[in-house]
Design a protein around this ligand. Structure first.
Ligand SMILES: C[S@@+](CC[C@H](N)C(=O)[O-])C[C@H]1O[C@@H](n2cnc3c(N)ncnc32)[C@H](O)[C@@H]1O
Ligand code: SF4
Length: 378
């Protein structure tokens, strides 16, 4: 859902500044047409989770969500207990809105808090105050959506270690079930990239990460991925599927998808992994979706078998628990023996360690994750 009230200067997501108060609801029709073209790839599979991301999905009305979810329920097997998450910007939450989203089927919300510091919120070009984030959480509670995530960023322009710690404490005080703690990165094509603000040095950023990890652990949040922390039982099912190299369909402007299918067993081990990508520009996307029903929306490319180990590791090694041998073989169609020399080499470098049934990154491996992942490049 690729629109935002205003483009944040650090953001390289496919988000476009909205020119009216709300996006045009006809976008939902395009999403549904896109979904219909994906049905053959989904086949008989059950959908366990849905993630409305953006952009700012909370710019769409509860009625838009209800229409979309009711329609996909009619066309595909959406699990009764599916995790259905929407991202929301605290600056776009009207009183009572979450009750409507919940009614539509949303049962998990991810709120972009980013920081609770007024100076930094302004510096990040955010459209909301810390009070509005707190109010959005109250709204969540009154709508009985207890399962929610807060996005926080650290290593912000001229941020001090104390300020970063205060943010983590403020976030914990709101008692989310999940917290995402991202280091601000300067992404190509953003305003911050072309005019970089003064950022804390690497050592300070490292201290902020460690201090954040400690505070979160003390508050009962277990880190299970590079940036993801959860209370017991509240890991994000949808994201876990990405990180375990599972399949997903991507619906909407700029959406990525990954779907595997069985093929004749040859070099690929009987499995072919397809990557799909939808047109990024909303207008072009909507035009594609409106074309003849037989035409798939966007691009679809098969991943070469030699690239599968790297693609798998790129995701799985983000998880503190790493992966099971069985999962590797199931998701890539390749025998574990095909990567054993690389696993052993990474082990010798102290980046990876064996565990019962599989492998996981060591603390050093988590710290130098790029090096560890690169060890599996074709
Ligand atoms: C699509 S946005 C979330 C929802 C909503 N658009 C918002 O900003 O409130 C996903 C999250 O990615 C994080 N993010 C975006 N750009 C980032 C960057 N350059 N560095 C680190 N984190 C970033 C932010 O925490 C943001 O909330
Ligand atoms: S509101 Fe979220 S998606 Fe939109 S520009 Fe800001 S960070 Fe990016």
């Amino acid at each position: 859902m690729p629109w935002c009230v205003r483009k944040c200067p650090y953001c390289d997501f496919n988000s476009h500044q909205l020119k009216s108060a709300r996006p045009d609801g006809t976008y939902i029709h395009a999403l549904l047409r896109d979904f219909e073209r994906e049905l053959p790839r989904i086949g008989q599979r059950r959908i366990d989770s849905v993630f409305f991301g953006g952009g700012t999905p909370s710019l769409f009305t509860p009625e838009d969500f209800a229409h979309f979810l009711t329609s996909i329920r009619r066309r595909a097997d959406l699990a009764e207990d599916a995790e259905i998450t929407m991202e929301a910007n605290p600056g776009t939450i009207e009183r009572g809105a979450f009750a409507g989203y919940r009614q539509a089927g949303v049962n998990r919300v991810s709120l972009g808090a980013q920081t609770f510091n007024a100076r930094l919120l302004e510096r990040l070009g955010r459209i909301h105050s810390a009070e509005e984030t707190e109010r959005a959480v109250e709204e969540l509670r009154s709508a009985r959506i207890e399962n929610f995530n807060l996005d926080l960023m650290y290593a912000l322009p001229e941020q001090t270690l104390d300020e970063a710690c205060s943010d983590v404490r403020a976030a914990c005080a709101l008692n989310p079930t999940h917290l995402s703690y991202y280091q601000l990165t300067l992404e190509a094509g953003t305003v911050f990239h072309s005019r970089p603000p003064p950022l804390p040095d690497e050592d300070t950023a490292w201290r902020m990460q460690n201090a954040g990890q400690l505070l979160l652990a003390q508050a009962g949040f277990e880190q299970y991925e590079v940036s993801a922390y959860a209370r017991y039982g509240a890991r994000c099912r949808h994201n876990l599927n990405y990180w375990s190299f599972g399949d997903y369909v991507g619906i909407g402007a700029g959406a990525h998808g990954k779907v595997s299918r069985s093929v004749a067993p040859d070099m690929t081990g009987g499995l072919q992994v397809l990557r799909t990508l939808k047109p990024k520009q909303p207008k072009e996307y909507q035009e594609h979706a409106a074309r003849g029903a037989a035409l798939a929306v966007g691009e679809c490319n098969a991943v070469a078998a030699r690239d599968l180990p790297f693609e798998f590791m790129l995701n799985a090694l983000r998880l503190n628990e790493g992966f099971d041998q069985q999962l590797f073989e199931q998701r890539t169609g390749l025998p574990m023996s095909s990567v054993l020399p690389r696993l052993h080499e990474a082990q010798t470098r102290g980046l990876l360690e064996p565990r019962p049934g599989g492998w996981r990154p060591t603390e050093l491996g988590r710290r130098f994750l790029n090096d560890l992942q690169a060890a599996f490049l074709a």
